[in-house]
Design a protein around this ligand. Structure first.
Ligand SMILES: Cc1cc2nc3c(=O)[nH]c(=O)nc-3n(C[C@H](O)[C@H](O)[C@H](O)COP(=O)(O)O)c2cc1C
Length: 314
Protein backbone atom coordinates (compact mmCIF):
# COMPACT_ATOMS: atom_id res chain seq x y z
CA UNK A 1 0.00 0.00 0.00
CA UNK A 2 1.37 3.43 -1.01
CA UNK A 3 1.86 6.19 1.57
CA UNK A 4 -1.26 8.41 1.68
CA UNK A 5 0.85 11.53 2.03
CA UNK A 6 2.66 10.83 -1.21
CA UNK A 7 -0.48 10.56 -3.33
CA UNK A 8 -0.76 13.25 -6.00
CA UNK A 9 -4.39 14.45 -6.02
CA UNK A 10 -3.74 17.28 -8.48
CA UNK A 11 -5.71 17.66 -11.72
CA UNK A 12 -5.32 20.03 -14.65
CA UNK A 13 -8.41 22.14 -15.31
CA UNK A 14 -8.18 24.34 -18.41
CA UNK A 15 -4.43 24.67 -17.96
CA UNK A 16 -4.62 25.40 -14.23
CA UNK A 17 -3.14 22.93 -11.78
CA UNK A 18 -5.63 22.25 -8.95
CA UNK A 19 -4.51 20.67 -5.67
CA UNK A 20 -7.37 18.16 -5.92
CA UNK A 21 -10.55 17.56 -7.96
CA UNK A 22 -13.08 18.56 -5.27
CA UNK A 23 -15.32 21.63 -5.83
CA UNK A 24 -18.30 23.01 -3.94
CA UNK A 25 -21.40 23.34 -6.16
CA UNK A 26 -23.15 26.61 -6.90
CA UNK A 27 -25.91 27.67 -4.51
CA UNK A 28 -24.85 25.40 -1.70
CA UNK A 29 -21.92 27.35 -0.26
CA UNK A 30 -22.88 31.02 -0.66
CA UNK A 31 -20.09 33.38 -1.65
CA UNK A 32 -17.34 31.64 0.43
CA UNK A 33 -17.08 33.93 3.48
CA UNK A 34 -19.91 32.01 5.21
CA UNK A 35 -17.92 28.77 5.26
CA UNK A 36 -14.86 29.35 7.41
CA UNK A 37 -16.42 27.77 10.56
CA UNK A 38 -17.13 24.55 8.70
CA UNK A 39 -14.30 23.88 6.31
CA UNK A 40 -10.86 25.00 5.22
CA UNK A 41 -11.89 26.53 1.94
CA UNK A 42 -8.24 26.66 0.87
CA UNK A 43 -8.12 22.86 0.95
CA UNK A 44 -10.65 22.69 -1.93
CA UNK A 45 -9.66 22.29 -5.57
CA UNK A 46 -12.37 24.69 -6.71
CA UNK A 47 -15.07 27.00 -5.39
CA UNK A 48 -18.21 28.16 -7.24
CA UNK A 49 -20.38 31.05 -6.04
CA UNK A 50 -24.15 31.19 -5.84
CA UNK A 51 -25.69 32.37 -9.16
CA UNK A 52 -25.27 36.13 -9.67
CA UNK A 53 -27.77 38.22 -11.66
CA UNK A 54 -27.57 41.92 -12.55
CA UNK A 55 -30.25 42.99 -10.05
CA UNK A 56 -30.71 41.53 -6.56
CA UNK A 57 -33.39 38.80 -6.42
CA UNK A 58 -35.52 37.80 -3.45
CA UNK A 59 -36.21 34.44 -5.07
CA UNK A 60 -39.43 32.44 -4.82
CA UNK A 61 -41.93 32.54 -1.93
CA UNK A 62 -41.57 29.95 0.85
CA UNK A 63 -41.72 27.03 1.39
CA UNK A 64 -38.97 26.64 -1.19
CA UNK A 65 -37.15 23.57 0.09
CA UNK A 66 -38.49 20.09 0.84
CA UNK A 67 -36.68 16.86 1.67
CA UNK A 68 -37.38 13.73 -0.36
CA UNK A 69 -36.20 10.13 -0.16
CA UNK A 70 -32.45 10.36 -0.84
CA UNK A 71 -32.58 13.98 -1.88
CA UNK A 72 -34.28 17.36 -1.74
CA UNK A 73 -36.23 19.73 -3.95
CA UNK A 74 -35.33 23.41 -4.04
CA UNK A 75 -37.13 26.29 -5.66
CA UNK A 76 -34.88 29.03 -4.33
CA UNK A 77 -35.43 31.01 -7.53
CA UNK A 78 -31.88 32.36 -7.88
CA UNK A 79 -32.12 34.54 -4.75
CA UNK A 80 -28.91 36.59 -4.69
CA UNK A 81 -27.55 39.98 -3.72
CA UNK A 82 -27.07 41.23 -7.29
CA UNK A 83 -23.96 42.20 -9.23
CA UNK A 84 -23.11 45.54 -7.55
CA UNK A 85 -23.41 44.21 -3.98
CA UNK A 86 -21.47 41.10 -4.99
CA UNK A 87 -18.62 43.27 -6.27
CA UNK A 88 -18.70 45.61 -3.23
CA UNK A 89 -19.25 43.10 -0.44
CA UNK A 90 -18.22 39.62 -1.57
CA UNK A 91 -15.48 39.69 -4.19
CA UNK A 92 -12.87 40.68 -1.61
CA UNK A 93 -13.30 37.41 0.27
CA UNK A 94 -12.49 35.52 -2.93
CA UNK A 95 -9.13 37.24 -3.29
CA UNK A 96 -6.07 35.03 -2.92
CA UNK A 97 -8.06 31.85 -2.29
CA UNK A 98 -6.16 28.67 -3.18
CA UNK A 99 -9.01 26.94 -5.03
CA UNK A 100 -9.86 28.00 -8.55
CA UNK A 101 -12.86 30.37 -8.21
CA UNK A 102 -15.79 30.48 -10.62
CA UNK A 103 -18.66 32.94 -10.46
CA UNK A 104 -21.93 31.28 -11.45
CA UNK A 105 -23.84 33.58 -13.78
CA UNK A 106 -27.61 33.62 -14.39
CA UNK A 107 -30.01 35.87 -16.28
CA UNK A 108 -33.29 36.24 -18.06
CA UNK A 109 -31.81 37.62 -21.30
CA UNK A 110 -28.54 37.27 -23.18
CA UNK A 111 -27.81 40.92 -22.33
CA UNK A 112 -28.06 40.17 -18.61
CA UNK A 113 -25.56 37.29 -18.84
CA UNK A 114 -23.24 39.54 -20.84
CA UNK A 115 -23.43 42.40 -18.36
CA UNK A 116 -22.47 40.19 -15.41
CA UNK A 117 -19.57 38.61 -17.31
CA UNK A 118 -18.32 41.88 -18.77
CA UNK A 119 -18.22 43.68 -15.41
CA UNK A 120 -16.41 40.76 -13.76
CA UNK A 121 -14.07 40.02 -16.65
CA UNK A 122 -11.41 42.39 -15.31
CA UNK A 123 -11.44 41.05 -11.75
CA UNK A 124 -8.37 39.10 -10.77
CA UNK A 125 -10.19 37.44 -7.83
CA UNK A 126 -11.87 34.96 -10.17
CA UNK A 127 -10.61 32.46 -12.76
CA UNK A 128 -13.79 32.03 -14.71
CA UNK A 129 -17.54 31.86 -15.10
CA UNK A 130 -19.94 28.97 -14.72
CA UNK A 131 -22.80 29.96 -17.00
CA UNK A 132 -26.09 28.56 -15.67
CA UNK A 133 -28.21 28.07 -18.77
CA UNK A 134 -31.13 26.48 -16.88
CA UNK A 135 -32.76 29.92 -16.50
CA UNK A 136 -36.03 30.93 -18.17
CA UNK A 137 -35.48 32.99 -21.32
CA UNK A 138 -37.91 35.86 -20.80
CA UNK A 139 -37.63 37.17 -24.35
CA UNK A 140 -38.56 33.72 -25.75
CA UNK A 141 -41.60 32.93 -23.62
CA UNK A 142 -39.83 31.62 -20.53
CA UNK A 143 -38.42 28.44 -22.09
CA UNK A 144 -35.05 27.54 -20.54
CA UNK A 145 -31.99 28.82 -22.45
CA UNK A 146 -30.40 25.43 -22.03
CA UNK A 147 -32.84 23.30 -24.00
CA UNK A 148 -32.27 24.49 -27.58
CA UNK A 149 -28.83 23.95 -29.17
CA UNK A 150 -29.04 27.10 -31.35
CA UNK A 151 -29.86 29.29 -28.36
CA UNK A 152 -27.07 27.71 -26.32
CA UNK A 153 -24.52 28.40 -29.06
CA UNK A 154 -25.79 31.98 -29.40
CA UNK A 155 -25.67 32.80 -25.69
CA UNK A 156 -22.22 31.27 -25.18
CA UNK A 157 -20.70 32.97 -28.23
CA UNK A 158 -22.12 36.32 -27.06
CA UNK A 159 -20.80 35.83 -23.52
CA UNK A 160 -17.42 34.75 -24.89
CA UNK A 161 -17.05 38.16 -26.59
CA UNK A 162 -17.09 39.95 -23.23
CA UNK A 163 -15.48 37.49 -20.83
CA UNK A 164 -11.87 38.43 -21.63
CA UNK A 165 -9.36 35.78 -20.59
CA UNK A 166 -11.69 34.14 -18.06
CA UNK A 167 -12.48 30.43 -18.35
CA UNK A 168 -15.97 29.91 -19.73
CA UNK A 169 -17.64 26.86 -18.22
CA UNK A 170 -21.21 26.01 -19.23
CA UNK A 171 -23.52 24.28 -16.73
CA UNK A 172 -25.86 21.89 -18.50
CA UNK A 173 -29.39 20.96 -17.52
CA UNK A 174 -30.24 17.24 -17.47
CA UNK A 175 -33.84 18.01 -18.52
CA UNK A 176 -33.19 17.78 -22.27
CA UNK A 177 -33.75 15.13 -24.92
CA UNK A 178 -30.09 14.86 -25.96
CA UNK A 179 -27.51 16.36 -23.60
CA UNK A 180 -24.69 15.73 -26.11
CA UNK A 181 -26.30 18.10 -28.62
CA UNK A 182 -26.39 20.81 -25.97
CA UNK A 183 -22.78 20.09 -24.97
CA UNK A 184 -21.65 20.36 -28.61
CA UNK A 185 -23.54 23.63 -29.03
CA UNK A 186 -21.80 25.05 -25.94
CA UNK A 187 -18.40 24.08 -27.36
CA UNK A 188 -19.30 25.58 -30.76
CA UNK A 189 -20.11 28.79 -28.92
CA UNK A 190 -16.65 28.81 -27.33
CA UNK A 191 -17.02 27.02 -23.98
CA UNK A 192 -13.72 25.99 -22.37
CA UNK A 193 -15.26 23.53 -19.89
CA UNK A 194 -18.57 21.78 -19.24
CA UNK A 195 -20.35 21.41 -15.90
CA UNK A 196 -23.06 18.81 -15.42
CA UNK A 197 -25.61 18.34 -14.03
CA UNK A 198 -28.06 20.86 -12.66
CA UNK A 199 -31.21 19.67 -10.87
CA UNK A 200 -34.25 17.80 -12.31
CA UNK A 201 -37.61 19.60 -12.28
CA UNK A 202 -39.82 17.65 -9.85
CA UNK A 203 -42.86 17.93 -7.57
CA UNK A 204 -43.85 16.77 -4.08
CA UNK A 205 -47.56 16.76 -3.11
CA UNK A 206 -49.01 17.12 0.39
CA UNK A 207 -51.77 14.51 0.41
CA UNK A 208 -53.72 16.26 3.19
CA UNK A 209 -53.90 19.73 1.65
CA UNK A 210 -53.83 18.14 -1.83
CA UNK A 211 -51.44 20.88 -2.88
CA UNK A 212 -47.80 20.89 -3.98
CA UNK A 213 -45.54 21.35 -0.94
CA UNK A 214 -43.44 24.04 -2.60
CA UNK A 215 -45.06 27.45 -3.05
CA UNK A 216 -43.56 27.43 -6.55
CA UNK A 217 -45.32 24.05 -7.18
CA UNK A 218 -42.13 22.55 -8.66
CA UNK A 219 -38.48 22.54 -7.65
CA UNK A 220 -35.16 21.01 -8.67
CA UNK A 221 -34.33 17.53 -7.38
CA UNK A 222 -30.77 17.08 -6.11
CA UNK A 223 -28.84 14.77 -3.78
CA UNK A 224 -27.99 11.04 -3.85
CA UNK A 225 -31.24 10.23 -5.71
CA UNK A 226 -29.82 11.75 -8.91
CA UNK A 227 -26.27 10.38 -8.75
CA UNK A 228 -26.63 7.34 -11.05
CA UNK A 229 -28.28 9.53 -13.70
CA UNK A 230 -25.51 12.11 -13.35
CA UNK A 231 -22.82 9.41 -13.71
CA UNK A 232 -24.54 8.13 -16.86
CA UNK A 233 -24.82 11.61 -18.39
CA UNK A 234 -21.22 12.53 -17.56
CA UNK A 235 -19.99 9.32 -19.15
CA UNK A 236 -22.19 9.93 -22.21
CA UNK A 237 -20.90 13.48 -22.73
CA UNK A 238 -17.32 12.34 -22.10
CA UNK A 239 -17.41 9.44 -24.58
CA UNK A 240 -19.44 11.20 -27.27
CA UNK A 241 -18.21 14.80 -27.03
CA UNK A 242 -15.12 15.66 -24.96
CA UNK A 243 -12.92 12.56 -24.88
CA UNK A 244 -10.75 13.52 -27.87
CA UNK A 245 -10.50 17.17 -26.75
CA UNK A 246 -8.84 18.92 -23.82
CA UNK A 247 -12.22 20.18 -22.52
CA UNK A 248 -12.65 19.17 -18.85
CA UNK A 249 -15.96 18.11 -17.30
CA UNK A 250 -16.94 19.24 -13.81
CA UNK A 251 -19.38 16.55 -12.63
CA UNK A 252 -22.02 17.29 -9.99
CA UNK A 253 -24.97 15.29 -8.73
CA UNK A 254 -25.50 13.42 -5.49
CA UNK A 255 -21.92 13.23 -4.25
CA UNK A 256 -21.50 12.49 -0.54
CA UNK A 257 -18.21 10.62 -0.23
CA UNK A 258 -14.88 9.79 -1.90
CA UNK A 259 -16.28 6.70 -3.63
CA UNK A 260 -18.82 8.89 -5.44
CA UNK A 261 -16.01 11.17 -6.63
CA UNK A 262 -14.02 8.19 -7.91
CA UNK A 263 -17.08 6.98 -9.85
CA UNK A 264 -17.36 10.35 -11.62
CA UNK A 265 -13.62 10.44 -12.41
CA UNK A 266 -13.80 6.95 -13.93
CA UNK A 267 -16.82 8.11 -15.96
CA UNK A 268 -14.72 10.92 -17.47
CA UNK A 269 -14.95 13.91 -15.12
CA UNK A 270 -11.81 15.93 -14.40
CA UNK A 271 -13.28 17.46 -11.23
CA UNK A 272 -16.36 16.83 -9.07
CA UNK A 273 -18.75 19.24 -7.32
CA UNK A 274 -20.48 18.63 -3.99
CA UNK A 275 -23.86 20.33 -3.47
CA UNK A 276 -26.72 19.05 -1.33
CA UNK A 277 -24.50 17.00 0.96
CA UNK A 278 -22.87 20.19 2.31
CA UNK A 279 -26.18 20.76 4.15
CA UNK A 280 -26.01 17.32 5.77
CA UNK A 281 -22.28 17.34 6.65
CA UNK A 282 -20.82 20.83 6.25
CA UNK A 283 -17.28 19.42 6.37
CA UNK A 284 -17.99 16.67 3.82
CA UNK A 285 -15.58 18.10 1.23
CA UNK A 286 -12.69 17.85 3.71
CA UNK A 287 -13.60 14.22 4.46
CA UNK A 288 -13.81 13.49 0.74
CA UNK A 289 -10.29 14.82 0.10
CA UNK A 290 -8.93 12.58 2.88
CA UNK A 291 -10.99 9.67 1.55
CA UNK A 292 -9.52 10.12 -1.94
CA UNK A 293 -6.00 9.80 -0.55
CA UNK A 294 -6.98 6.59 1.25
CA UNK A 295 -8.63 5.13 -1.87
CA UNK A 296 -5.59 5.90 -4.02
CA UNK A 297 -3.16 4.46 -1.44
CA UNK A 298 -5.22 1.27 -1.12
CA UNK A 299 -5.62 0.84 -4.90
CA UNK A 300 -1.99 1.68 -5.76
CA UNK A 301 -2.95 4.85 -7.66
CA UNK A 302 -0.07 7.33 -7.36
CA UNK A 303 -1.66 10.15 -9.35
CA UNK A 304 -5.44 10.62 -9.19
CA UNK A 305 -5.51 12.04 -12.73
CA UNK A 306 -4.80 8.48 -13.95
CA UNK A 307 -8.40 7.65 -13.02
CA UNK A 308 -10.00 10.22 -15.33
CA UNK A 309 -12.01 8.44 -18.04
CA UNK A 310 -10.43 5.08 -17.17
CA UNK A 311 -13.70 3.16 -17.04
CA UNK A 312 -13.12 -0.24 -18.61
CA UNK A 313 -14.73 -0.55 -22.06
CA UNK A 314 -16.72 -3.70 -21.16
C1 LIG B 1 -30.34 24.81 -2.36
C2 LIG B 1 -29.71 24.72 -3.71
C3 LIG B 1 -29.45 25.90 -4.42
C4 LIG B 1 -28.87 25.85 -5.69
N1 LIG B 1 -28.59 27.00 -6.35
C5 LIG B 1 -27.99 26.96 -7.56
C6 LIG B 1 -27.65 28.16 -8.24
O1 LIG B 1 -27.85 29.29 -7.74
N2 LIG B 1 -27.09 28.07 -9.47
C7 LIG B 1 -26.81 26.85 -10.07
O2 LIG B 1 -26.29 26.82 -11.19
N3 LIG B 1 -27.10 25.69 -9.42
C8 LIG B 1 -27.68 25.72 -8.20
N4 LIG B 1 -27.96 24.55 -7.55
C9 LIG B 1 -27.65 23.24 -8.20
C10 LIG B 1 -26.34 22.65 -7.66
O3 LIG B 1 -25.24 23.48 -7.92
C11 LIG B 1 -26.08 21.25 -8.26
O4 LIG B 1 -25.89 21.36 -9.66
C12 LIG B 1 -27.22 20.26 -8.00
O5 LIG B 1 -27.78 20.46 -6.73
C13 LIG B 1 -26.76 18.79 -8.11
O6 LIG B 1 -25.74 18.50 -7.17
P1 LIG B 1 -26.02 17.83 -5.72
O7 LIG B 1 -26.88 16.64 -5.97
O8 LIG B 1 -24.68 17.51 -5.17
O9 LIG B 1 -26.73 18.86 -4.91
C14 LIG B 1 -28.56 24.58 -6.27
C15 LIG B 1 -28.82 23.40 -5.56
C16 LIG B 1 -29.38 23.45 -4.29
C17 LIG B 1 -29.64 22.16 -3.55
Amino acid sequence: MANENEIDLSVNFCGINLSNPVFTASGTCGYSDELSDFMDINALGGFITKSITVKPRMGNPTPRIVETDSGMLNAIGLANIGLDAFIDQKLGALNDLCPIVFVNVAGESIEEYKQVCQELSYRREIAGFEVNISCPNVSRGGISFGTEPKVVEEIISEVKKVSGDKILMVKLSPSVTNICEIARAALEGGADALSLINTFTSMVIDIHSRRPVLANRTGGLSGPAIKPIAVYLVNKVYTEVTKETDVPILATGGVRNASDVVEFLLAGATAVGVGTWNFVEPDVTMKIIEGLKKYCAREGVNKIKELIGSLEAD
